[in-house]
Design a protein. Structure first.
Length: 221
C-alpha cells in the first residue's frame, strides 16, 4: 500500500470510540456475552396485576384478565419459556426446573390453552429465558422441541431469540432474577424479588409441569 492510499484509509477511520494513550489510539474495551437481566430490560414493580408462576409450573393469562401481567423469578438453574400471541393479547410463562419433562410440559400447555381459550387458533412468539447457570440438558431439550415451530391442539409456537443473562451475584440471599410479560402490549420486563412467595400459589395461574421419568435422569438424548 502506497502512502497516499494509507492516508486515505486513515482518513476514513472513526477515532471517536478510541482512547489516546501517549499519542497512541487504542480501542475501548467491549463487553461480550450475556448481561444482567436488569441491564437488558426495565425492572417492573410488583403489583396486584402480576400473576406469579412458581417453580415447576406454567401459567396463562390475557389482557382481559384481572391479572394481565405474568411473571416468574428465581431463574438460576431453572429455565423460563415465555410466549405471547400478539393478535389475541394472550400470553404464557413456564418455569422449568431441572427435574421437569420439557416435552410433557409443552403437551400440558397445549391442553390448558385448548381448555381456557378454545375459540380460536393461537400463535405465540416464544423466548427461552435462561441464566448462565441453566440446566444444559433441559435447555437442549427445549431448543429441540421448539425447532420447526411445533403445534398442537390449535396452538403454534414460533421460536424467536433467547433471553440470556448473568445472575447478579450481589443479590446473594435473595431469589434469582426473573422475567415479566405484559400481555396487553407484549412488553418484556425484568423481575426482581427480595423474598420468595410465602404460602400456597395462586392455582389459577399455576399448572404443574410433569417430572421426568427416573430413567431419563443423567441420560444424554
Amino acid at each position: 500500500m502506497d502512502d497516499s492510499a494509507l492516508k486515505k484509509l486513515l482518513a476514513e477511520v472513526d477515532f471517536s470510540s478510541y482512547r489516546n494513550d501517549d499519542g497512541l489510539f487504542k480501542p475501548e474495551p467491549i463487553s461480550f456475552g450475556p448481561r444482567k437481566i436488569s441491564e437488558q430490560y426495565p425492572v417492573i414493580d410488583v403489583s396486584g396485576e402480576v400473576a406469579e408462576v412458581v417453580q415447576a409450573n406454567f401459567g396463562i393469562t390475557d389482557a382481559k384478565d384481572e391479572k394481565p401481567i405474568i411473571a416468574t423469578s428465581a431463574l438460576f438453574t431453572c429455565i423460563g419459556l415465555l410466549g405471547h400471541d400478539r393478535e389475541h393479547n394472550l400470553g404464557f410463562l413456564m418455569h422449568i426446573q431441572p427435574s421437569n419433562d420439557v416435552r410433557g410440559g409443552l403437551e400440558r400447555l397445549y391442553q390448558e390453552l385448548a381448555r381456557t381459550h378454545p375459540d380460536y387458533a393461537k400463535e405465540f412468539d416464544t423466548h427461552i429465558v435462561a441464566s448462565t447457570f441453566h440446566d444444559f440438558q433441559n435447555y437442549r431439550n427445549l431448543e429441540e422441541a421448539l425447532r420447526g415451530n411445533p403445534s398442537g391442539l390449535g396452538t403454534r409456537l414460533k421460536f424467536t431469540y433467547p433471553i440470556e443473562f448473568v445472575p447478579d451475584m450481589k443479590r446473594e440471599g435473595k431469589p434469582g432474577e426473573g422475567v415479566v410479560l405484559d400481555t396487553r402490549n407484549g412488553t418484556i420486563y425484568a423481575y426482581l424479588r427480595d423474598t420468595l412467595r410465602e404460602g400456597p400459589c395462586d392455582f389459577k395461574y399455576n399448572k404443574p409441569i410433569p417430572e421426568k421419568r427416573s430413567s431419563e435422569f443423567g441420560r444424554f438424548r
